[in-house]
Ligand binder design. Structure first.
Ligand SMILES: [Zn+2]
Length: 180
């Protein structure tokens, strides 16, 4: 297994629209899933990762996340979903968000997301799975599917706010390069 490199904005590959998985048993797909889970579990303070934000040759419609039920306080389980689709959303929240590809130590911004998200997908064995989650995961599912469509959370910002964030990104990029 391999720990994959997380792409940093403005890497052009972050704009890649991922292709659907056609054959779940394709060894390349299974390897991708194993590597993505390994990367999630070895990245501190990371709630989820999409294939298109990682250094992967042909990223597919796959993301990994820690599944838990917020209201029940269940333990966080590393989980992967393949070809995810949002079937229903409810409510609205406007809360701070960050992204592993957009200098998470420095940049957060408020984005409108659903309060409850209902997602359908396949697991790594091709079995249909369904998640209805509120709170953090309701937002996270939208965030990760945006990634698979080549979109970042900062793309949702209004122009004035985006200009402000762009300025912060330039500074954060400089700081990170200095640290490296
Ligand atoms: Zn992200």
């Amino acid at each position: 297994m391999t720990i994959l490199r997380i792409l940093d904005y403005p890497d052009p590959r972050l704009k890649t629209v991922a292709e659907a998985v056609v054959d779940i048993n394709d060894p390349e797909v299974q390897q991708m899933i194993s590597d993505m889970l390994e990367t999630l579990e070895n990245t501190p303070n990371c709630g989820g990762l999409a294939a298109t934000q990682l250094d992967i040759k042909n990223p597919k419609r796959i993301f990994v996340f820690y599944d838990f039920i917020e209201s029940e306080g269940t333990p966080a389980v590393p989980t992967c979903v393949v070809n995810p689709e949002i079937v229903h959303i409810e409510g609205e929240v406007f809360e701070e968000e960050g992204c592993m590809s957009v200098y998470p130590d420095y940049i957060q911004a408020k984005v409108t997301r659903p309060a409850i998200t209902h997602m359908r997908a396949m697991d790594r064995h091709g079995k249909p799975v369904e998640y209805i989650r509120s709170g953090y995961l309701a937002k996270n599912f939208m965030h990760e599917i945006d990634h698979l469509n080549g979109k970042l959370y900062i793309d949702h910002l209004k122009p004035v706010k985006r200009t402000l964030v762009n300025g912060k990104i330039t500074k954060a990029k400089r700081l990170k390069e200095k640290r490296a």
